[in-house]
Design a protein around this ligand. Structure first.
Ligand SMILES: [Zn+2]
Ligand SMILES: [Zn+2]
Length: 256
């Protein structure tokens, strides 16, 4: 008998990779971490509606909301289509309960109390939390309060930082991560001091400062990257300085 001593393969699937709005390049932002005992969804842009193509709905599902901007929450109105048989736990910063109650209500959509599975909402203070897995939440730089998350699960570290400009908290969250997922709202060389977002160089600077093993770019500005080819150009430009760089597209899966 051959014993398999390797840790289970963890997968990250990009469900939506746009910032701001849907376009030919994809849906607004959402991603899925498929762990051994849990499915963890990152943000609820319109991409979240595709989650049931990739999960059985037989494991407990966690949904982490970085902030309440609509490109991260507009997909919540599709929750009613799911059948999460082990329930859904929504995690976000302090105040998320109120934000969700304001967003998910009649006459706009089905309130959380009436979706066809159990929902629990947890407000996470900044710092380290022991849910069934370890997660660290810290503030990022954005015009509204926004949090980045570091997940330590199944022997791997995955960090998710969007929306933000360059900041030390992003570096701290990404310390030695197996995969750092950041936004890429801007084109190379661009900046937007009034509304901070990352260009690829800043995202790579966070990854390198943190010693992250792999960087995945998502949340591409819909108005900035108008075609998939414009995104793929980043691979040719930055692949040599950032080995194993991932330029996410809707439906793409990365194994860790
Ligand atoms: Zn955004
Ligand atoms: Zn935002």
């Amino acid at each position: 008998m051959i014993l398999n001593c390797q840790s289970p393969v963890m997968k990250v699937t990009f469900l939506g990779t746009n910032g701001w709005y849907d376009s030919v390049t994809g849906n607004t932002v959402s991603a899925l971490i498929s762990a051994q005992d849990f499915d963890i969804i990152l943000d609820a842009g319109n991409g979240i509606a595709k989650a049931d193509r990739f999960i059985s709905q037989d494991k407990p599902v966690f949904l982490f909301i970085s902030h309440s901007h609509l490109d991260h929450t507009e997909g919540l109105h599709t929750l009613v289509k799911f059948r999460f048989r082990k329930g859904l736990t929504i995690c976000g910063q302090v105040g998320i309960t109120n934000d969700l109650a304001g967003l998910l209500r009649e006459p706009y959509t089905v309130p959380l109390e009436r979706v066809p599975f159990a929902v629990t909402v947890i407000e996470l203070a900044d710092g380290v939390h022991e849910l069934p897995f370890k997660v660290t939440s810290l503030p990022l730089i954005h015009p509204v309060p926004c949090r980045g998350f570091r997940f330590e699960i199944d022997g791997k570290v995955i960090t998710y930082c969007t929306d933000t400009g360059f900041c030390e908290n992003a570096v701290s969250l990404a310390k030695d991560a197996d995969l750092l997922i950041t936004e890429c709202g801007l084109k190379p060389g661009e900046s937007s001091p009034d509304w901070p977002h990352l260009n690829p160089e800043d995202a790579i600077r966070i990854a390198k400062s943190a010693g992250a093993k792999r960087l995945a770019l998502t949340h591409f500005g819909a108005e900035v990257y108008r075609t998939t080819e414009e995104r793929r150009d980043l691979l040719a430009k930055f692949g040599p300085v950032c080995p194993k760089l991932v330029v996410a597209e809707d439906g793409m899966t990365v194994s860790l």
